[in-house]
Design a binder for this molecule. Sequence first.
Ligand code: SF4
Ligand code: SF4
Length: 698
Amino acid sequence: MVWERILLGLLIAGSASLFVHGLIQKIRLIRAGAPERQRTDQAGARLRRTLREILTQSRVIGGRPVVGVLHAVVFFGFLLFALESAEHFLKGFGLSFLGPLLGGALPAFRTVMAGVAVLVIVAISGLAFRRFALVRTSPDPRSWTSGLVALFIVLLMVTYLNGIRAVPATPQATWWLHAMILLAFPLLILRSKHFHIVTAPFTLFLRQERLGDYVPLDLEALAEAPEGQETTLGLETVGSLPWKMRLDFLTCVECRRCTDNCPAALSGNTDLSPRTFVLAGRKALTDCAPGDPVIGSVISEAALAFCVTCGACQEACPVGVEHLDVIVGAKRAQALATGRGVVAGSFFRSIETHGNALSRPRQERAALLDDLALPRFTGADDQWLLWLGCVWGFNRSQRSAVQAFSRVLDAAGVHYGVLQDEPCCGHHSRRQGEEAQFQDLARRSIDALRQSGARRIVTPCPHCLHTLRRDYLPLDGDFASLDLEIVHHSELLARLIRDGELELDRSGEDLPAAYHDPCYLARFEKTSDAPREALAAAGFTLRELPHRRERTLCCGGGAAGFAREQRVDRARRAEITASGAPLLITGCPECRMMLDATVDQTWDIAEAVAHAVRPRGGNGGTMYLSHPSTVDIEERILKMFALHPEDELQLLEIAGKSHISGRLDDLKHAADALVENGALHLTHRDGARYYGLGGFGG
Ligand code: SF4
Ligand code: SF4
């Protein structure tokens, strides 16, 4: 009827104009943001990645496979039904494009679409069940818009199925119901988290290609800015929120994946929830004045204090929200502009005074180099620069790891050396917002590297690795001319094993161990195969932790966590304990420091490999320690005495010379057993116990 067509035309025009009006308002909110970095470079690669992520739904399915697959069914149903929706409105005007387009194939197409409709009903019902019935896992059981959307989708599918029947029930009424829902949908999208249907392709396209890609503050320009000119030292006010961050806030689908992967939230902390600050940011765009502070309006001081900048939130987000820019931007405002709420202030002072994060006198590092007889870097072409980092350089409890790595390098015939003086790379200063200190330290490190003539660098510390590899180039364009190869020690170990440079003595051992993926190695540097390859070759049977590889869980050491009171390591410790492994292996000196004593023993990966490596040209005898509960310590003690037949040693000396670590009781038990069966002699002198092969006595 003509009046129906007129009414339909008016309704379509009304819905479209309301949608456009609402969309313009949202765009205004985004455009009011501060200028941003270049985000359209390498457009082809960005487009390919975006299409891949959307069409495979990889970011949605990853981490939540069941929910992700259900969402994917609804998503693809949505795409396919775009054709039928256009056809529906054309039919209202007596037109059709599917008929002429598909011809005789139209019935088959409709049969397929009927199947899709049933799948969509099942999928949306499943999602609604999870949201409204499984309230403990639901991200938001009170979301009325989600309920309405679920109802709309079910009604759309049911009315569609009715419409394609040979004899539809109440065809006119159901046709109009279908049309009215379609017309209401755009308005619902504008007013709910379903706005991501419009914006998510853009946030995904525009997002940083690399996690943790911070834009350096132009401190010189800021210092030279004329008086009265407005300058910003981070996210100080709501007005300083950049446009992409605003787009992110409006795109958030409220799924809570970020919070569900946050080590602080998982450890029971209620001050920090990435979803909460993203949604607070969305609210601030409309409710706050441009001059209102970000800290307080968007994110709290307590939340900032607990964040370890581990990136788990950002990595888990299905729509590419960049949480780290919010956190580091707000921390910069804290450290540089307001000076309020800074945590780990002692850390900054320690760096100023001692040049290291552990508040240790500089001469302690020199003493370590001498004690361990570490070769100095000379700049020879074939020499690797071993960049120790603060923890290996200053933490006495990690000497065994330094020693183990140097022994492995010796065993592989690797020419290496350390710098006499090694600056702090600045990693934690930057993540704590102290950009000025970071840039100062970075320049010192760049100068040291330039002067050293290094070409190849190996470091045990993923924080140093990431900073040297990624953070220096944007600061100093000439850094690229050094043409440095920078690798993590696990990568070098795996390479040496692969190339046959290290002889492994597995001795049939399958030592059960848990491996903790360090955030800056696995998530930021995407390196999780090399450590596993090295550990497998060394005979370890890994008990994989629930959060592993790129989805690893922070040990709590990020952003100078080891220097702060706020601890977020409970969740990770619980996972490690639950694995039942008596041995924990880490690929990061800071993780080793943070997680030490979670289980019987904690080793660096270098120690783990060292225990299975034979000295070059050696004829047996592992170089390093074994796990006391599973390997024959007695055999190791005898091997050690075979190399030192004249020695008479106390237990601690045996431990040092044979590189057996662990409980002294285990060692004593094994040594006494050897005495009992006559393999060793025991003597008491000056109240102390001495063991040896014999030929001495008191
Ligand atoms: S960076 Fe890590 S600690 Fe900080 S909010 Fe994200 S997940 Fe939580
Ligand atoms: S920020 Fe991302 S992960 Fe977090 S709730 Fe929003 S969409 Fe989900």
